[in-house]
Design a protein around this ligand. Structure first.
Ligand code: URA
Length: 274
């Protein structure tokens, strides 16, 4: 707790714990500094350390402010190397937790890797953790997670037994902001390796972020949901479908009818392949 917050807690005759509870109830979900940080000044100093490098786009490696700046392309290369070196899901998770190349890690409380049943062979890929997932380190725990579980329960799939959940981004973007293309590109090698190591029999994508980044097709989710695509994995073609993200369904309940039809398609495909 900062000095200002301590002073406020004292004035309100609250203990530190009561004060934190009060913040959470009031909707605060971010810890911020008392004074603003001039990142441009820090970047300028960092670039001075490595004058030979003149990258087009530079980003600040997480947890390593004093390190020289390296280009986004170099960080993506590192992400590729580290993920390819991971030979099991456990080592991929460990390597992802140790990876400091993505700035999102700076503000996240946890690395959110995956949850559910690895033996199930159905892999569901969402977008990014929000505050609940960031706090606990498990994907899809908040409101959208509850709706997702309900949707899948309706076609006979249970979280504890029948599917495995992960996200494109393992770190929560601060304030749930839209991730940048650089942040996504740094995380993609880990996602692709995650799919390789998990070796699913079916992939379900939630919303447009995984759709755009995993199968690179131009039509958005409104046109592409409910259609079967193939994900090429070595010499196999894995059936893949994108459905509406539960967050979208919370905001647009009228889309639930189409979502229900998509779920029926998934149920039929599961019956075919099992
Ligand atoms: N929680 C997640 O873990 N992923 C999402 O896409 C949304 C909420």
């Amino acid at each position: 707790m900062s000095a200002d917050e301590q002073a406020l807690a004292y004035k309100m005759e609250l203990s530190a714990l009561e004060m934190l509870d009060w913040f959470i109830e009031a909707g605060a979900d971010e810890a911020t500094e008392n004074s603003p940080i001039n990142w441009f000044e820090i970047s300028a100093k960092a670039v001075k350390i490595a004058p030979s490098q003149t990258p087009k786009h530079t980003i600040r490696p997480a947890a390593a402010l004093a390190q020289p700046m390296i280009s986004a392309a170099e960080i993506i290369k590192q992400a590729n190397t580290v993920s390819k070196k991971s030979m099991t899901l456990e080592s991929l998770e460990k390597n992802l937790r140790n990876f400091v190349g993505c700035t999102l890690k700076n503000t996240a409380a946890n690395t959110v890797f995956a949850d559910g049943k690895p033996a199930s062979r159905i892999m569901i890929i969402g977008e990014a953790p929000t505050s609940e997932e960031d706090r606990t380190g498990r994907p899809f725990l908040g409101q959208s997670g509850a709706l997702l579980e309900k949707m899948l329960h309706a076609i006979g799939l249970e979280r504890s037994n029948d599917y495995y959940l992960t996200n494109i981004l393992p770190w929560r973007p601060p304030g749930n902001r839209k991730p940048t293309e650089t942040e996504i590109s740094i995380c993609m090698p880990f996602v692709k390796r995650h799919i390789e190591l998990f070796a699913p029999q079916m992939i379900i994508l939630l919303g447009s972020l995984p759709l755009r980044n995993l199968i690179h097709q131009d039509h958005g989710i409104l046109k592409s949901h409910g259609k079967w695509y193939n994900y090429d994995l070595d010499d196999k073609k894995i059936p893949l479908m994108a459905i509406f993200h539960p967050n979208y369904l919370i905001q647009q309940p009228a889309a639930k009818k189409a979502a229900w039809k998509d779920l029926q398609e998934i149920k039929t495909k599961i019956e075919e392949i099992s």
